[in-house]
Design a protein around this ligand. Structure first.
Ligand SMILES: [Zn+2]
Length: 283
């Protein structure tokens, strides 16, 4: 039995055949799925899906790249959603600096006409700083809410490793975070695990060029990681480029079993026990 610890079942990709998708997952041994909210509305839908399907649980939060589009005072609305009994974590939250506002700045024609050397740097730095501050503020509010509700956190970080660890550190003794879609080195994995956190692997581990991440897969402790699809994204080989589904957790587990030299059964048992403990799915 497997658990897909990170799926986006509320996305339109599944609007026509969600029941089949879940039946296929069950047939592949993926009996429980955590569907993760990325906005207030998506979080409400995650909860609704958890009510509709016995094996589906909800994680609720605002994705860092959606923070600017959501109300600034989301805290009490999110708390209301998060108090549902099938909500098992807060997220996905975190920091994502991959695309920053300064990317979109164009040289000013007026300055160019004056023969001035255009530099987007001062304005860009201000815009980027404001954007990062907005994400940080929302991230900290998610962490506060998680502490308040005694839940763990599903964490998204992209190109923001240092800041993520820095803002998370004061919470280390009060909550645990899963660094989802982990793409870091074995040392980086060790660093978060030492602080009481955990990582999870997606279909990326099956990609031909993903040698570095397979090194991490081989090195991580047996109770230091979980499985996830992040579907509809990141379908593993041999489905790469197609719509990903929770059933594909089995393909990810098969690759991990080869890389670690452990049986598929052992991978299933370990990752399921780890997820049950992290998300308190039993007891
Ligand atoms: Zn996600």
């Amino acid at each position: 039995m497997f658990i897909d610890t990170h799926a986006h079942l509320d996305y339109a990709d599944y609007k026509d055949d969600l029941e089949e998708v879940i039946a296929k997952a069950t047939a592949a041994g993926v009996t429980r799925i955590l569907t993760v909210g990325t906005s207030l509305e998506s979080s409400r839908q995650a909860v609704a899906l958890s009510e509709r399907f016995a094996g589906v649980y909800a994680v609720v939060g605002i994705h860092p790249t959606n923070v600017a589009a959501e109300p600034r005072d989301f805290y009490s609305s999110l708390q209301e959603i998060a108090e549902h009994p099938k909500v098992v974590a807060i997220g996905e939250t975190g920091l994502d600096y991959h695309h920053l506002p300064s990317e979109k700045l164009q040289p000013s024609a007026a300055l160019e006409a004056l023969g001035c050397e255009f530099s987007a740097e001062p304005e860009g730095a201000v815009l980027d700083g404001a954007y990062k501050a907005l994400q940080t503020q929302a991230f900290l509010q998610h962490l506060d809410l998680a502490v308040k509700l005694r839940l763990n956190v599903v964490l998204h970080q992209r190109d923001a490793w240092e800041d993520t660890l820095r803002y998370l550190a004061p919470y280390n003794s009060r909550l645990r975070a899963v660094f989802h879609c982990f793409g870091g080195t074995a040392q980086e994995a060790m660093q978060v695990i030492e602080q009481g956190h955990i990582i999870s692997f997606t279909g990326i581990v099956t990609f031909k060029n993903a040698h570095n991440i397979r090194t991490t897969v081989a090195a991580v402790s047996a109770n230091g990681y979980m499985l996830e699809t992040d579907c509809p994204y990141l379908a593993p080989v041999p489905y790469r480029g197609k719509r990903c589904e929770p059933a594909h957790v089995r393909n990810i587990a098969e690759l991990i079993s080869q890389v670690r030299g452990e049986s598929l059964d052992a991978i299933a048992r370990q990752t399921t026990a780890t997820a049950e403990e992290f998300f308190r799915l039993i007891g």
